[in-house]
Design a protein around this ligand. Structure first.
Ligand SMILES: [Zn+2]
Length: 418
């Protein structure tokens, strides 16, 4: 590797990329500096129009598909070669930040512009994509557009989803595409890809704490959710001696504290959360007759999740007496392990560009987890201030955003020429 190979990544313009973030942040901008640009809202349509106008100004083609994913395409020299793709989402949480998702879309678009400015020829077309409804805050489930593209969710079922006001997604999508028209792709929702790379802010504090600029994302952790139910016996709080009590909440706390202990791993990778506890009948002077709590557990390694699941089940059995208790698994989303070839390309590009970097799994889910089922895929993380995300004060620096984009350009160029 030498300096001459950096022509395209050297064409990344930090100011242009930062200005595009500022322009997009006005669409659904909130007084606290964040955005409220929920999926298939008028603000989402405005963002689509703005991206499409920039694309047309550069001579890139724009198209959409049946779930509203937006594609910006720069042609390659071989019109029949499967394209490589990069992008993320433009929708936000109701009190979201200006970088979550939008960075990945704008980094991909900047990559197209940098290739154009460097007059780089690639064999394969390169596509910047904005996936529909990643956040899942208005319409459930999240990461919908990428999941439909990957044929993991049924298009027809998704079109029938309703928001909390009862608006059907199909109608919101039609409104959006009327306000932000783009040529419709025909055929199946998805098409063949030669590779996919998604840039995203980290949404956690590790890069900042370790003073690294680039996160080489190796995996998206798997998650499992459980409900624990403990049955007790309601009794008078003043008159019932300890030996006669079947206190459901006391048993639940014994179970919970044993679980916290069993899930405290040395390297702090396992995530264990009890986020909701319900105690009934909920009277201050009645011994609780029932306690129900939820568990959310995440880790990048499915074997670790399985081993800890067994521990959780054993604890429920051993710590509940004298109360009967049960545990039920309600969801199981396996981890995504990114393609080792793409992981290596990301790490090599960061090293070539002399950017500090570290391998890391993603704590949050991303569109890349669905696209990784279609083609070799990976992700690039850049730091965000204090790891704060899903918050209007979410922040990142222009130079980190540009650094991640330079890595992205190098990786896309390699993928698009092989
Ligand atoms: Zn996101």
């Amino acid at each position: 590797m030498n300096g001459a190979t950096h022509a395209s990544s050297g064409a990344v313009k930090e100011d242009r990329l930062w200005q595009r973030h500022a322009d997009m942040a006005k669409l659904g901008g909130t007084p606290k500096g964040g955005v409220n640009r929920q999926a298939l809202s008028p603000e989402d349509a405005a963002a689509r129009n703005l991206l499409a106008s920039w694309a047309k100004a550069r001579g890139f083609s724009v198209s959409t598909d049946a779930i509203g994913n937006l594609f910006v395409r720069r042609e390659g020299t071989d019109a029949h070669a499967d394209p490589v793709m990069s992008g993320s989402h433009m929708d936000s949480q109701p009190t979201g930040g200006r970088f979550d998702g939008m960075y990945g879309v704008l980094a991909a678009f900047e990559a197209l512009e940098a290739l154009e400015d460097a007059k780089a020829k690639t064999k394969r077309p390169v596509i910047a994509v904005a996936w529909t409804n990643e956040e899942g805050s208005r319409f459930q489930p999240g990461a919908m557009g990428s999941a439909v593209f990957a044929q993991r969710y049924e298009l027809d079922e998704m079109l029938q989803q309703k928001d909390w006001k009862g608006v059907v997604l199909k109608e919101a999508l039609a409104e959006t595409l009327k306000a932000a028209p783009a040529p419709m792709r025909t055929g199946l929702p998805g098409f063949a890809l030669a590779g996919y790379v998604e840039a995203h802010i980290e949404q956690g504090p590790r890069l900042e704490n370790e003073k690294k600029t680039i996160g080489v994302v190796t995996a998206i952790q798997g998650s499992r959710r459980y409900i624990v139910t403990v049955d007790g016996e309601e009794a008078h709080a003043g008159t019932t001696p300890r030996a006669a009590r079947k206190d459901a909440y006391a048993a639940a706390t014994r179970i919970a504290s044993a679980m916290y202990e069993a899930t405290t791993d040395k390297d702090d990778t396992l995530r264990f959360t009890i986020g909701r506890v319900e105690v009934s009948p909920g009277s201050p002077n009645t011994v609780p007759g029932k306690a129900v709590f939820t568990i959310d557990m995440r880790h990048p390694d499915n074997d670790v999740l399985a081993a800890h699941e067994k521990k959780l089940y054993d604890i429920v059995k051993s710590k509940a007496a004298p109360c009967p208790a049960s545990i039920e698994r309600v969801t199981n989303v396996p981890p995504t392990n990114f393609d080792t070839g793409v992981i290596d390309l990301v790490r090599d590009a960061a090293n070539n560009l002399k950017l500090t970097n570290m391998d890391m799994p993603s704590g949050a889910g991303h569109d890349a987890m669905h696209i990784a089922t279609l083609c070799p895929a990976g992700m690039i993380f850049v730091p965000c201030e204090r790891g704060i995300s899903h918050n209007e004060i979410e922040n990142a620096t222009p130079s980190d955003l540009a650094a991640g984009t330079r890595v992205l350009v190098e990786v896309l160029e390699k993928l698009a020429n092989r």
